[in-house]
Design a protein around this ligand. Structure first.
Ligand code: DPP
Ligand code: ZN
Length: 892
């Protein structure tokens, strides 16, 4: 497999003026007629015409209406090459009519045109269009599309494609046809087609410009009632984008189609989004709060792509973060406005630190603008998306919301209708604000999470604080320093904020943006000197997580407690509690590793118990208040993810960690059992049994269920009874799910009859059944690996449904760490066996499932050897370039 490189980018030789596609749909043999009109692009000279195409059966090619002979062109596994000599004899513009045949039913890779539960749908990003027809499958070739869809009317009553519906007619043979025209030029990765039997929820939106837009959500008819939340989310997104960015929708129709078999979350095809049904269908009975938040965020994300991605697209796939980082940032800001801004920030930073930091420290580490790839699908990563969004956020932190908006306005003014690069985005921000942002370039080019070490000292004679900063990127030790904004504040002994205004004049790097102090790191080492300040200040740094870095700052527990109490930044208050917990966890793991204490002796430190006791007491006392951010309490009272704890060790003493972490959870449960119980009851009392989707209710449920979890961990029999009762009430899926997960984790035997009941209730609802699989794969311990294996043999398991595969293989390797890391290495072998099997069916998903194995270098010698052996073995057997690329990098 050959790598493609950013440095080899060449502009397209041909420009396409128009494309007409005609599909005669049939499950095993669909005929695609592609009529494309093209000519040499400006400044190009005639050469062979290279059209991408894979897994296609070529039927015929006409050039300017002349049937070509086989000597006029050549076909390889990946291309159709029309010889220069053939073109030289024709008159430009070239009218090509290419007829091919494809087999959607055999398409289990779910790239290109495929069938999902008997419905046709497409997925073209990144390079799936080449599996539909021969074309210039690259994002910088944009053209207008007319799509004719022909299919049996009884089996496929709904026929959809991008743009506006022009005509729909019956054909004599029981078939019908629909013609769709998309007036906006687009790259082929945004093409979409859908055909099948659907129910449709409709609504309307009038844009700020007065355009009447028809909104449609298509799904299996039986799921129609579960689409309301998605529709409300869509309308809220349309309104939000107008208010925040002045961006309105640009077609008469916006369609969303939910399908069950989908490799990713969703796809922003112009005017016709295709979604994994997981991110469309949600009601109180079948979806948790987290699921509903996911629907709201993904609906918004795909909608926002209409401007950041579709109207302005990427020049090449190395620029993916141009649209993804920016669109994730936009959906984060949207969710922050819809629910709770601090809680959204906490959730995003938790995910970043638990998963993206790990990716950035491992063998797949890459800059947000990767320099090369073998399989582009492998670069739809947490780094490109989540770190990319953090980099976009840096501009807003530096320029303020207004400055950021000015930059966005200029970006659209300059580039609407174009395929551009991350440099174009940076230049728009630069020019709109008259600010030199050249140093931001390094954020796009360096892999690895930067570390910022801070030493703070006080000089009593001068009443001066010295804050020494040093930045360093272990993955790129020789790289240029980055521009890192550190939001900061200081609080005195009484907890009062100390104003930095007097020192701002002495140091140009200290500025105020939107009322917050920001210290700009631009050098490898830099010192901020704050004079005339009292000795009792405690410094709050990297507030609101103002840059995606690891802050290396040894605070005393007393200072952490002080900020946990007085900091005015809710993110950093949360962070202080988390740091207390993390430091304690790390020290207990180290002690156990050194002295082989048994897990009975795990005890949370006094400071930890004190701070959690304070928070729980507050939550109980204030439980009737309606102005409290309850989700904040829920997260403050949660342990750092085990994934984040693992990140703290090199090498990772995994066996010890997997003893200590649950023992610590139990010990915290026991130490505060009464308070967990009271929190559970006081919050339950405040919640109506009716489900409501709003920040207040979501927050209460989060806190209540966190308390239930901790109480269950304590071993108290009353907690088991409470959890069983909560399950039996069947109030909504958030409560059902929390009770079952808690019981499975801490009282697996007691969970069994409830799990059976759950199966009976939900056997015919795939998205809910995914949970049933995921909980067993993620938490089931009693039956060991054979219990997980049995899930694969369950009649409801399916290798061709990505959600189902992820719910077993993904949950197992991410959550069931005791089995995954079991000492004989059988957990590693089991996962590798399944990856190999999946590789033959769906390489893209297989490549995701192998990732937990590639972190082998982080572990101790025994696990290292076992994991490496399994990877080496896999390397010799694997067929796809998807898995090959990842395993090869892991073994380099
Ligand atoms: N472009 C999709 C998304 O992130 C993924 N293919 O929205
Ligand atoms: Zn996206």
């Amino acid at each position: 497999a050959e790598a493609k490189w950013l440095k080899d980018y060449q502009p397209p030789v041909f420009e396409v003026m128009d494309l007409k596609l005609r599909f005669e749909l049939a499950p095993t043999s669909t005929v695609v007629t592609n009529s494309l009109c093209c000519q040499l692009a400006n400044g190009q000279v005639l050469s062979d015409m290279l059209l991408d195409g894979e897994c296609l059966t070529l039927v015929s090619i006409r050039l300017n209406d002349q049937l070509l002979a086989s000597s006029d062109y050549r076909v390889t596994d990946t291309q159709l090459i029309i010889h220069q000599a053939t073109l030289a004899q024709a008159v430009a513009p070239y009218q090509l009519d290419i007829v091919t045949e494809i087999n959607p039913q055999a398409n289990t890779a779910l790239e290109g045109l495929y069938l999902s539960s008997g419905r046709f749908c497409t997925q073209c990003e990144a390079e799936g269009f080449r599996k539909i027809t021969y074309f210039f499958d690259r994002p910088d070739v944009l053209t207008t599309y007319q799509t004719t869809v022909i299919a049996d009317k009884a089996k496929y009553p709904t026929l959809l494609a991008n743009g506006n519906l022009v005509s729909q007619t019956d054909l004599p043979d029981g078939r019908h046809q629909a013609v769709w025209v998309d007036p906006h030029k687009k790259p082929c990765y945004l093409f979409a087609l859908v055909a099948g039997e659907f129910g449709c929820l409709t609504d309307h939106y009038t844009t700020a410009e007065g355009r009447e837009v028809l909104l449609e959500i298509y799904t299996e008819p039986r799921h129609l009632a579960k689409c309301r939340h998605a529709m409300d989310s869509l309308i809220a997104s349309m309104k939000w984008d107008e208010q925040r960015f002045g961006l309105s929708y640009d077609l008469d129709r916006y369609m969303i189609v939910a399908v069950d078999d989908f490799n990713m979350g969703a796809m922003e095809n112009k005017g016709l989004n295709v979604f994994n049904s997981k991110f469309v269908l949600a009601d109180a009975d079948s979806a948790t709060d987290i699921d509903s938040e996911g629907v709201e965020a993904v609906i918004a994300h795909e909608y926002f792509h209409n401007w950041t991605g579709n109207r302005v697209t990427c020049r090449d796939w190395f620029q993916l973060t141009l649209k993804e980082g920016l669109t994730v940032f936009r959906d984060q800001e949207f969710t922050a406005d819809m629910l709770s801004a601090p809680v959204k920030r906490i959730e995003d930073v938790r995910r970043l630190r638990s998963h993206q930091f790990a990716e950035d420290a491992g063998p797949m580490a890459h800059p947000i603008q990767p320099q090369s790839y073998i399989e582009m699908n492998n670069f739809y990563t947490l780094t490109v998306y989540e770190k990319g969004a953090e980099v976009v956020r840096l501009y807003q932190t530096l320029l303020g919301r207004d400055g950021f908006r000015k930059g966005m306005d200029l970006y659209f003014q300059r580039h609407d209708g174009q395929a551009v690069t991350v440099d174009d985005f940076r230049l728009a921000m630069t020019d709109a604000n008259g600010r030199n942002l050249t140093q931001m370039q390094a954020w796009y080019q360096q892999a690895g999470t930067p570390k910022v070490a801070v030493k703070i000292t006080y000089q009593p004679e001068q009443q001066a604080w010295l804050l020494d900063f040093e930045q360093h990127n272990p993955k790129a030790p020789k790289a240029d320093p980055l521009l890192i904004p550190i939001k900061l504040a200081a609080f005195d002994g009484q907890g009062r904020a100390w104003s930095l205004a007097t020192c701002a004049n002495d140091d140009a790097a200290l500025t105020q943006v939107a009322g917050e102090w920001v210290y700009l790191l631009t050098e490898a080492t830099q010192t901020l000197r704050v004079t005339g300040a009292p000795a009792d200040l405690v410094w709050s740094l990297l507030r609101d997580f103002s840059a995606p870095v690891i802050l290396d700052y040894a605070m005393t527990p007393a200072d952490r407690l002080h900020l946990a109490k007085f900091d005015t930044d809710p993110f950093n208050r949360w962070e202080m509690v988390q740091q207390l917990l993390l430091a304690d966890l790390i020290s207990q793991v180290q002690q156990h590793e050194a002295h082989q204490l048994d897990s009975q002796q795990v005890r949370p430190a006094e400071a930890v118990v004190t701070v959690l006791k304070t928070l729980l007491t507050e939550a109980i006392t204030d439980s009737t208040r309606t102005d409290v951010d309850w989700a904040w309490y829920g997260y403050a009272l949660s342990l750092p993810d085990i994934g984040y704890v693992i990140e703290q060790f090199e090498p990772v003493p995994i066996a010890t960690l997997l003893q200590v972490y649950p023992a610590y959870q139990r010990a915290l449960g026991v130490a505060l059992a009464d308070l967990w119980q009271q929190t559970y009851h006081t919050q339950t009392a405040q919640l109506s049994t009716d489900y409501a989707y709003n920040a207040q209710a979501i927050g209460r449920r989060l806190l209540k269920n966190r308390a239930l979890q901790a109480w269950l961990a304590s071993g108290d029999a009353a907690a088991v009874t409470a959890a069983q009762a909560q399950y039996q009430r069947q109030a909504h899926m958030t409560d059902v799910s929390a009770s079952l997960q808690g019981l499975m984790q801490w009282h697996e035997a007691e969970s069994e009859p409830l799990m059976q009941d759950f199966y009976q209730r939900w056997a015919d609802q795939p998205l809910v059944l995914d949970k049933w699989f995921a909980w067993q794969a993620g938490y089931g311990k009693v039956q060991g690996l054979s219990g997980v294996q049995r899930l694969l043999e369950h009649p409801a398991f399916s290798w061709t449904n990505p959600n189902r595969v992820r719910s077993v293989l993904g949950s197992f390797a991410r959550l069931n760490l005791a089995l995954f890391h079991q000492t004989d290495g059988a957990g590693y072998q089991w996962l590798a066996d399944q990856v190999l099997r999946l590789d033959a069916i769906n390489p893209q998903v297989a490549a995701r499932m192998v990732v937990p194995l590639i972190q082998w270098r982080r572990y101790q010698p025994q696990q290292q050897a076992q994991m490496r052996q399994v990877l080496q073995d896999l390397h010799t057997k694997i067929a796809s370039k998807d898995v090959f690329e990842i395993v090869s990098k892991a073994l380099e």
